[in-house]
Design a protein around this ligand. Structure first.
Ligand code: FAD
Length: 388
């Protein structure tokens, strides 16, 4: 029976569900694994809360999929996970110790229900996870990451950095994708960032980073990144794209959420004929519309692009006294006042557009909800995953 034994799979699934109290089980697994394999502990950051949560959610989702007898997506997911974990330095020997620790932990946690059928199902699930992840990692021939040197750190606004790098090798990614990044200020704390320029054959790369209150990595980048720092960038993810035959486009960017949309726009600028693109670029204060000049420059030679700046407030804070003026040149859209979801939907329902949203999770969710309420079809709306 194994993976087809739905009853046993449900028992396993419930044991892994955080909402049903799987925290102790997941904690026990990590303790057991690290006790058996000290080198595995070094792969993770000191606090494991997030890793534990993600691990439990992934295993729970996997069981749900297998119970529903869907195997294709879980196998693809596990293979991607295996390839991604190469960047942490996970080796085949770590998989062997992980397998032992996970099996022992599950057997102990499920001791009261343990019988031959449950043992078979648990064994099959653990083997599937370990087998697919380690197999995909082993089969992957591309390097797990690429290092690069910071060339320039610009601070166009108090909380925003533009970081320009030269990678040791050219990095391949599609416009609109994002990449895991590790900075020297916070080893082993990978964060996703979206390149703000299309892939460059010489290896030049640009990121736009906004420091979030209490954020570990973003505040370190904005406060401390300097030329000469060595950054590590891993393989790209994400599927935001523009179908050049798919009709006109609406883009909504909040703050540094601009980065992937700017890359898509720069990529479109290679073609003379494009669908019309209307970009709303929003920030709290006018002075935080940090990249308007680039956007206006692109729009000045690409008539398919319109840019509407949006700010929540109509004045700048005292710390922005010497910031450049962001009044639009004559003939371009004047700045609108309000929150992005309100301003964007004031213009209509955009139901005939390909819609791309990028920015803080709360902004993306609110804009998506407002557009759907107005009549935009949900399946035409694209955005990146809302959490790391
Ligand atoms: C697909 C994807 C692409 C991304 N691209 C970019 C990018 O190009 N530029 C960029 O600046 N950021 C980007 N981010 C966000 C980035 O990965 C980090 O999450 C963010 O910089 C915060 O990391 P931190 O270590 O400073 O905060 P953490 O220490 O991880 O978190 C501290 C606190 O900040 C909150 N928080 C985390 N992320 C955000 C956020 N985005 N907005 C508001 N609060 C947050 C957390 O809930 C927590 O309370 C992207 C995220 C994803 C998922």
């Amino acid at each position: 029976m194994g993976l087809e034994d739905r009853e046993s799979m449900r028992i396993l699934r419930d044991a892994l569900d955080l909402d049903l109290g799987s925290e102790a089980l997941i904690g026990d697994f990590h303790t057991r694994w690290f006790a058996a394999d000290l080198s595995a502990r070094d792969l993770f950051p000191p606090d494991l809360e997030k890793q534990r949560q993600v691990f439990a959610q992934a295993l729970c989702w996997l069981c749900d999929e297998l119970i529903a007898q869907r195997a294709e997506e879980p196998v693809a997911f596990l293979a991607q996970l295996g390839r991604d974990h190469r960047k942490y330095g996970v080796t085949q020997s770590h998989y062997a110790t992980l397998q032992d620790a996970l099996l022992t932990t599950l057997r102990k946690a499920l001791v009261e229900q343990w019988d031959r059928r449950l043992a078979e199902a648990v064994d099959d699930v653990v083997q599937l996870v370990v087998g697919v992840m380690s197999g995909a990692a082993d089969a992957e021939t591309s390097p797990p990451f690429c290092d690069g040197t910071v060339l320039e750190h610009l601070r166009p606004a108090r909380d925003i950095s533009v970081i320009r790098l030269k990678m040791d090798h050219a990095l391949a990614y599609h416009p609109g994708q994002y990449v895991p990044v590790q900075v020297p200020q916070w080893p082993r704390r990978w964060r996703y960032l979206s390149p703000a320029i299309p892939a460059d054959p010489q290896g030049y790369l640009e990121f736009h980073i906004r420091s979030v209150a209490g954020g570990m990595v973003s505040t370190a980048i904005v406060g401390e990144a300097r030329p000469g720092d060595r950054w590590r960038v891993s393989n790209p993810h994400g599927a935001m794209e523009i179908d050049r035959d798919g009709g006109d486009v609406l883009m909504v960017a909040g703050s540094t959420g601009l980065a992937p949309l700017r890359t898509l726009i720069m990529d479109l600028a290679r073609f003379s004929q494009n669908p019309r693109v209307h970009l709303f670029f929003g920030a709290k204060y006018p002075c935080e519309l940090y990249d308007l000049r680039t956007l206006w420059e692109i729009a000045s030679t690409n008539p398919w692009l319109s840019v509407t700046p949006v700010s929540e407030l109509n004045f700048d804070p005292p710390w922005a006294a010497d910031y450049p003026d962001v009044t639009p040149p004559r003939g371009l859209h004047v700045r609108q006042l309000g929150l992005l979801p309100e301003v964007v939907t004031r213009y209509g329902n955009w139901s005939d557009r390909q819609i791309l949203l990028s920015g803080r999770p709360a902004m993306v969710q609110a804009t998506k909800a407002a557009l759907i309420t107005k009549g935009a079809p949900a399946e035409r709306i694209q955005h990146d995953p809302l959490a790391n």
